[in-house]
Write a protein that binds this ligand. Structure first.
Ligand SMILES: Nc1nc2c(c(=O)[nH]1)N[C@H]1C(S)=C(S)[C@@H](COP(=O)(O)OP(=O)(O)OC[C@H]3O[C@@H](n4cnc5c(=O)[nH]c(N)nc54)[C@H](O)[C@@H]3O)O[C@H]1N2
Ligand SMILES: Nc1nc2c(c(=O)[nH]1)N[C@H]1C(S)=C(S)[C@@H](COP(=O)(O)OP(=O)(O)OC[C@H]3O[C@@H](n4cnc5c(=O)[nH]c(N)nc54)[C@H](O)[C@@H]3O)O[C@H]1N2
Ligand code: SF4
Ligand SMILES: [Mo]
Length: 756
């Protein structure tokens, strides 16, 4: 079968995987989890929260909102997945006990794992760790504002923020307005670590930074290409769409070096009970490229299309620019280069190309397996090129669809929390301020850490997230943060960052309401460009001293800026923030009346149903995508004894089944058969070739550190690749960086695996 390459396409049930793993994703264990949690003592609160009119906290698929917790934007019911329950369950835990921080010093707190830190409970009063002190202690609001005001009086270039996409649009808008009024563009955000290459690549090529496919449009497609996404774990309700697409005769092409069981077969609780037992087929074809080689694979698909005369020349001519250069590049790239770079055979690539051309309406979707690479932007370009070459964009049921991460990460970008600010927003802000914005380029997350390490940052405010644990090279991040004078964390739950990411002088933690208990109405934006309205709520922490993010940011801004350029305190009524958003953010006009209409809406100008692109020429720009040179280092390149025996693999670092980003909920990953966090999942042939066995303990060494006593687990990952979990693995490597947007190459980390 394989013309040019010996890489076999494993077909499920895979013989290479660990025999302990289930044969499909989802299924009865999900129902079991639901039952366990909803019938537990916290069950009543959990149900109340699920029924609360607010968007799901977890991923950007965006379930929930005004039509009730179990509804998507198409009004379809039974749309909350187990991940949603998991995230709520973590938030309705009791408060950290009053005297906890008197009992435990910072050294002790630093011994906690991610899971232990989360399990301490909710932050319920503000605390400070002062320089030279060993314990966090309670602090008054007055003193917080005094310290903060002084800290924000530094040179604007030396003040920065970091944010994570769980907070509201209103908080995001206020954060960037406060920072830009100060004269600082240092608005680092978790999206820098995530979909920034999608935003950047899409903006350059088709003039918009987000998905051009609505949920409704997706329902018309008859083929989905899903690359570098483990939706079965991370966007479970997207799986419903894949199941329905297969049921109407459509095709699903999965591109992923790891054969994820839930992408082969998935049993969704949204479908008749029968399917819970049998599961539904997901992948029509499953391609397993070498990590980091997607450009080669997509170029291969394009070449197969070219050779079978399936390129839509009329479409390219009418609606695109630079297509000739891309076609020449495809012609000049040999099959041998393509197949050796991506490790997928010509036959498999041709089969995928045929599935695409035999379909009428194709959607191309992707997640971190595409973006978290040194050439993440090229990966995105190569996907866009494939969509354009086949005329699959600008028509219902077609298009490009980055599958976004955090539940409001896209809203943060829309609100201007980014170092790559849209011109329209810049102009609107300049009008509001009555002066130009600072021209100094802001720090993205990577640049922020570099700047902090170089002693160039005095003050940092973190609106959510875990800057310390989300970044590679943990020791360096810790050192860098420790050079900052003042760090203010706004958070709902404790995490590793609060105990390791300590400032030089004052580290302050501000306990905030989460989305469903916020006393203000707020909004969020889903990855499908749908804006949701969240009702006010109440917290179960009756005696806690929490604050709404909006209240904290406006009070701080009022103290820094007085009444310039707005009456900040008036904005504590979030209705007025929405008025400002409507005036400033393109496509958000309808938010001005959402308080009266309660009408959730799709953002204007985002969904493309004609091939007219908001670029300067009105055409899509195609970019030539050079194939990556994927060489792994050799043993001698690692700092080990000369005679060390081992194997070098390209490590894909990411999420287990039961974690949300840096927060670990359960230590096992049952769908991949991984019993605990200190494991490496490898291909059986690689393990045997290196002379190791399953369950053997090994050392895994990266370019800045190593993890010892790591257990080897067999899995359906292609040869030459491995899988480990973050945040733990972030200790061992300094990542390659996608220079165009600062995104670390988390999905191709060369490591040496050797015996102990
Ligand atoms: N339950 C849960 N849900 C989440 C999250 C969570 O942590 N837990 N996190 C949220 C966030 S912020 C995000 S960004 C998303 C993340 O969602 P995903 O992107 O789905 O998550 P990852 O585990 O990072 O990696 C996705 C897949 O990329 C594959 N991959 C790795 N390298 C490559 C490659 O070179 N090429 C290709 N084609 N594939 C590759 C991996 O095998 C893996 O299956 O999920 C969001 N939703
Ligand atoms: N090695 C490796 N590293 C990675 C990745 C990877 O795949 N591999 N993925 C990267 C990706 S895609 C992302 S998005 C980042 C994630 O990076 P971050 O977004 O920085 O991290 P999270 O773990 O999502 O942050 C969780 C914390 O947010 C706080 N929080 C939760 N809800 C709220 C709220 O409503 N308000 C406030 N103020 N705080 C809240 C809680 O304190 C919680 O502990 O990690 C990145 N790091
Ligand atoms: S798919 Fe995402 S948004 Fe929908 S319920 Fe699950 S975690 Fe929430
Ligand atoms: Mo993310």
């Amino acid at each position: 079968m394989d013309k040019n390459n010996s890489h076999p396409q494993p077909t499920p049930p895979f013989d290479n995987r660990n025999q302990d793993t289930p044969e499909m994703g989802g299924g009865l264990s999900v129902i079991g989890y639901w039952a366990e949690h909803t019938l537990s003592p916290e069950g009543a609160k959990l149900w109340q929260t699920l029924l609360h009119k607010s968007a799901c906290l977890s991923c950007a698929w965006g379930t929930g909102g005004q039509k009730g917790g179990f509804t998507n934007e198409e009004g379809e019911k039974l749309q909350r997945c187990m991940k949603s329950v998991e995230s709520i369950s973590a938030e309705i835990k009791p408060a950290i006990p009053q005297h906890f921080f008197e009992q435990y010093n910072i050294n002790q707190l630093q011994q906690l794992t991610s899971r232990e830190a989360d399990r301490l409970g909710r932050w319920s009063f503000p605390v400070i760790l002062r320089s030279g002190k060993s314990h966090y202690e309670r602090i008054t609001w007055d003193e917080i504002y005094q310290i903060a005001q002084t800290a924000f009086a530094k040179m604007p270039e030396r003040v920065a923020s970091y944010s994570s996409g769980r907070s509201s649009n209103e908080a995001a808008f206020l954060l960037q307005l406060m920072m830009r009024t100060l004269g600082s563009n240092n608005l680092a955000d978790c999206s820098d670590l995530c979909h920034a290459p999608s935003t950047f690549g899409l903006k350059q090529s088709i003039g918009t930074g987000t998905s051009v496919v609505s949920l409704e449009s997706l329902k018309h497609s008859d083929c989905i290409v899903l690359a570098g996404s483990n939706a079965a774990y991370n966007h479970p309700r997207l799986m419903n769409e894949l199941i329905k697409l297969r049921e109407r005769g459509g095709k699903v092409i999965i591109i992923n070096p790891m054969m994820e069981v839930g992408l082969v077969k998935f049993a969704s609780p949204a479908f008749p009970v029968k399917s819970l037992f049998t599961g539904s087929d997901i992948a029509s074809i499953y391609l397993q490229p070498i990590p980091g080689s997607d450009v080669a694979l997509f170029t291969g698909i394009q070449k197969a299309l070219l050779e079978s005369n399936k390129i839509q020349h009329d479409f390219l001519q009418a609606y695109t620019e630079n297509w000739q250069a891309v076609i020449t590049h495809i012609e000049n790239t040999s099959w041998e280069t393509i197949t050796t770079t991506c490790g997928v055979s010509q036959t498999e690539i041709e089969t995928a190309a045929k599935l695409i051309t035999n379909s009428q309406k194709v959607v191309f979707a992707w997640a971190m397996g595409i973006t978290q690479h040194q050439n993440g932007v090229d990966n995105v370009y190569s996907i866009v090129n494939t969509a354009l070459i086949t005329g699959n964009i600008g028509r219902e049921g077609t298009g490009v669809m980055p599958v976004r991460g955090h539940s409001n990460v896209q809203g943060f970008g829309s609100m201007g929390v980014t170092v790559q600010l849209k011109q329209e927003i810049q102009q609107a802000l300049e009008k509001l301020l009555g002066r130009s914005l600072s021209k100094v380029k802001g720090y993205d997350t990577h640049a922020l850490i570099e700047a902090a390490d170089a002693g160039k940052v005095d003050t940092l405010i973190c609106v959510g997230g875990n800057l310390y644990a989300a970044n590679p090279d943990s020791e360096k991040v810790k050192r860098a943060l420790n050079k900052i004078e003042t760090i203010i964390y706004l958070a709902t739950k404790p995490n590793l960052g609060h105990f390791h990411g300590l400032a030089n002088q004052n580290t302050i933690i501000i306990p905030v309401f989460n989305r469903f208990e916020n006393p203000h109405k707020t909004t969020v934006e889903s990855g499908n460009n749908f804006v949701r309205l969240n009702d006010e709520g109440e917290t179960h922490l009756k005696t806690a001293d929490l604050i709404a993010e909006v209240d904290f940011l406006t009070e701080l801004a009022a103290r820094i800026h007085g009444e310039y350029p707005v009456n900040w305190r008036k904005l504590q009524d979030t209705k007025y923030v929405r008025q400002l958003i409507a005036q400033t953010i393109p496509g958000y006009e309808k938010i001005a009346t959402i308080d009266e209409t309660q009408e959730e809406f799709t953002i204007g100008g985002r969904i493309f149903d004609t091939p007219q692109f908001p670029t300067s020429s009105g055409k899509a720009k195609m970019f030539v995508t050079p194939l990556p040179q994927l060489k792994l280092p050799e043993i001698k390149d690692f700092d080990v004894a000369e005679d060390t025996q081992g194997i070098i693999v390209a490590l894909m670092t990411g999420r287990s089944y039961a974690q949300h980003n840096t927060v670990v909920y359960q230590i096992e990953d049952k769908y991949r058969g991984i019993p605990h966090r200190n494991c490496i999942l490898m291909n059986k042939d690689d393990v045997e070739k290196a002379g190791f066995k399953q369950h053997q303990r090994v050392t895994v060494q990266g370019n800045v550190g190593k993890l010892e006593n790591v257990e080897i687990i067999y899995g359906a990952v292609r040869e030459g690749a491995g899988v480990m979990f973050y945040p733990e693995v972030n200790v061992i490597f300094r990542a390659e960086i996608e220079e165009r947007c600062g995104t670390p190459g988390f999905k191709r980390v060369p490591v040496l695996v050797y015996g102990e």
